[in-house]
Design a protein around this ligand. Structure first.
Ligand code: GLN
Length: 197
């Protein structure tokens, strides 16, 4: 099983390190041909405008829509990755997004004063222990479609959700030592992989 890390820009090494701790192999995805070797894909945090521009230049939109939208390969988007997977950005209407999960997001939703912080949050399906969520100029989920399951909130705001094969979080789990979300995602990936063979 190989987990791809979309490698345009952003927190790539940190996700690689988290999967390595789980003894899982990763591959950097930079161009369409790389997608042939992976069973799941992480969209890391970073700068969403830069990332979407680089993805357009690499010709990744069509193959990603096919693989994630039609073939239902699992994908996990953190922070900027969540923005890219959403249907659009409420406070930045010109931003192009892939529309692979039925949510709308607000960019930099915590304001400039609160650049980054860590908070314990409870996540559905991840046990009774709080998860140390790291937020860095984080977005929030503003509209959630009927098929989307909300998995976590912070101060009553939506910060983690899943629709079928698409998992998103506003925070960065790869910057904590807690591997539960990477483990949860790898189970989604192995389930999909078995369904393909
Ligand atoms: N603020 C960034 C954006 O809007 C996201 C920040 C992050 O991924 N940590 O693209």
């Amino acid at each position: 099983m190989i987990i791809g890390i979309l490698s345009m820009q952003g927190a790539i090494e940190e996700h690689e390190a988290a999967f390595r701790k789980l003894d899982l192999t990763t591959l950097r995805v930079k161009k369409p041909v790389d997608l042939q070797s992976v069973d799941g894909l992480v969209f890391p945090g970073g700068e969403s405008t830069t990332m979407i521009r680089l993805m357009a230049l690499s010709g990744l939109f069509e193959p990603l829509a096919e693989l994630i939208g039609r073939k239902k390969m699992p994908v996990y988007g953190t922070c900027a990755g969540m923005i890219l997977l959403s249907k659009g950005v409420t406070n930045y209407s010109e931003q192009r997004c892939l529309g692979l999960i039925d949510i709308w997001v607000e960019r930099n939703a915590f304001g400039r004063q609160i650049d980054s912080f860590e908070a314990p949050i409870m996540i559905d399906d991840l046990g009774k222990e709080a998860f140390p969520a790291v937020f860095i100029r984080a977005p929030l989920i503003r509209h959630i479609g009927p098929e989307v399951r909300l998995m976590a909130t912070y101060r009553q705001e939506a910060i983690m959700a899943r629709q079928d094969n698409v998992l998103v979080s506003a925070f960065h789990p790869e910057l904590t030592g807690d591997l539960r979300i990477h483990m949860y995602f790898s189970q989604m990936v192995s389930g999909w992989r078995h369904s393909q063979s």
